[in-house]
Design a protein around this ligand. Structure first.
Ligand SMILES: Cc1cc2nc3c(=O)[nH]c(=O)nc-3n(C[C@H](O)[C@H](O)[C@H](O)COP(=O)(O)OP(=O)(O)OC[C@H]3O[C@@H](n4cnc5c(N)ncnc54)[C@H](O)[C@@H]3O)c2cc1C
Length: 398
């Protein structure tokens, strides 16, 4: 949509071919319906691509300020929240979509829904596009392929656009789900499923700390999710894919050091020395976490009274509360993911125009490319920035 607007503003006659029955379906789901539309901290380290410098071209032309002012000019005012995240002031993703749709309409952009792009052919400096709708090819001087990634197939995502690019000679960096849940190996997951808690989540790869995040986490039947886990999912999945040993380490008492946790456990033991040891943790942690934690601390007889705990056992339990480890076996499914790592290889794309180096006139925008951003507005920022640059460049060829 931003590519269509940029091309329309540059004077091109634009047609949007959309597979679904409406444009921008995924946009409505973003930011839990609030649309985290960009982030004021756009350091390149928040973006991931086989060529880390690739994103610089589009982001330097269309950064967070340009995104905020682009939407302000369309009537969508923004507010900045914690960690630099920018949301529409109205708190509604639908306002962002309305503004984009109306601007396309005002520019005379033709939108054809229910048109799945099946094939793109190039001959004599023109493109012919075969879609699922009707026999007639759509012809164009230039094309922007903005078909998104594979995350959230229920919202219409698939790899059909990537296949079109492959058929034109482009290559693909292998894709995997990011900003997603993690699959864990633990016999306790069925018991823990549905339990939410605040945590500092750390990923260890071959024993070394690789990344960490703080926030809410949630156990699932086969793993864990929630913002803290989604933040660290990319590095964990990369490690697993590289054949390394990856662990998710949960700190259940991030506000205290291990010594303080031990003191608190001792204080709680003195309160109820004759109750079973599990009673010691009730009111300190979510009850569903208690038995698996005691087991992880290697406390075998959970029915024994708290006063029987040895100093060593108490110290072990304090350590587990601060560093509860789970082997990671991979990322969750595409349905749980918010973005796609990998995509069309950027080596064959000009960073300043997003035009193909292999097929003149073909441009790329958004998640279809091998670019993904951290959680926090980075993926939409990439979609707007690359869309703007690609649409503008494509229009100059018409
Ligand atoms: C639940 C959820 C929440 C998210 N929240 C945020 C957030 O708050 N902030 C953020 O920055 N990012 C967020 N993201 C990520 C963000 O939505 C995507 O990175 C962004 O939408 C990518 O934009 P895009 O235009 O490249 O692709 P998309 O938004 O996926 O759009 C691609 C469009 O192309 C159409 N299409 C695909 N193939 C074809 C074809 N062959 N022919 C015709 N049409 C086709 C699709 O139907 C779709 O409408 C979230 C993602 C999800 C799933």
């Amino acid at each position: 949509m931003v590519a269509a607007i940029a091309a329309g503003r540059a004077g091109a006659a634009v047609t949007v071919l959309e597979k679904g029955d409406r444009v921008g379906r995924k946009l409505l789901a973003t930011g839990n319906g609030r649309c985290n539309l960009t982030n004021v901290d756009l350091r390149l380290s928040h973006f991931h691509c086989n060529q880390p410098e690739f994103v610089r071209g589009a982001l330097s032309r269309f950064g967070a300020f340009q995104a905020i002012s682009f939407f302000a000019k369309l009537g969508v005012l923004a507010i900045v929240e914690e960690k630099g995240r920018v949301f529409p002031r109205s708190g509604q993703a639908s306002a962002v979509l309305d503004a984009l749709r109306w601007e396309m309409e005002d520019l005379g952009v033709e939108v054809r829904c229910g048109s799945i792009v099946k094939e793109v052919l190039r001959s004599e400096n023109r493109f012919s596009v075969r879609t699922s709708a009707g026999q007639q090819m759509v012809s164009a001087d230039a094309i922007v392929l903005a078909t998104g990634g594979r995350a959230a197939p229920s919202l219409g995502a698939d790899d059909s656009g990537m296949l079109v690019a492959l058929s034109l000679g482009h290559s693909l960096v292998q894709t995997f789900p990011v900003i997603s849940s993690l699959r864990l190996a633990s016999p306790w997951l069925k018991h823990l499923q549905g339990t939410r808690f605040l945590t500092a989540a750390t990923i260890r790869v071959d024993g070394e700390i690789a990344t960490a995040s703080f926030g809410e986490a949630l156990f699932l039947e086969q793993g864990a999710s929630g913002p803290a886990v989604m933040d660290v999912c990319r590095i964990a999945t990369q490690g697993v894919r590289a054949g390394k040993t990856v662990e998710l380490c949960l700190d259940l008492v991030p506000e205290a050091g291990v010594g303080q946790v031990r003191q608190e456990l001792e204080r709680r033991l003195v309160m109820r020395p004759d109750r079973p040891i599990a009673a010691m943790l009730v009111g300190y942690l979510n009850k569903r976490l208690v038995v698996p934690l005691l087991r992880a601390a290697d406390l075998p007889d959970l029915d024994q009274p708290g006063r029987n705990l040895t100093g060593d056992q108490l110290a072990r339990l304090a350590l587990v509360l601060k560093d509860w480890r789970f082997p990671v076996t991979g990322s969750g499914p595409w349905s749980a993911a918010q973005a796609t790592a990998g995509g069309i290889d950027t080596v064959d794309v000009h960073p300043d125009t997003l035009e193909s180096r292999l097929v003149p006139g073909l441009h790329f925008a958004g998640e279809v490319l091998d670019v993904d951003g951290d959680c926090g507005g980075y993926n939409l920022q990439w979609a707007w920035a690359s869309g703007f640059v690609a649409g503008d460049a494509a229009a100059r060829l018409t």
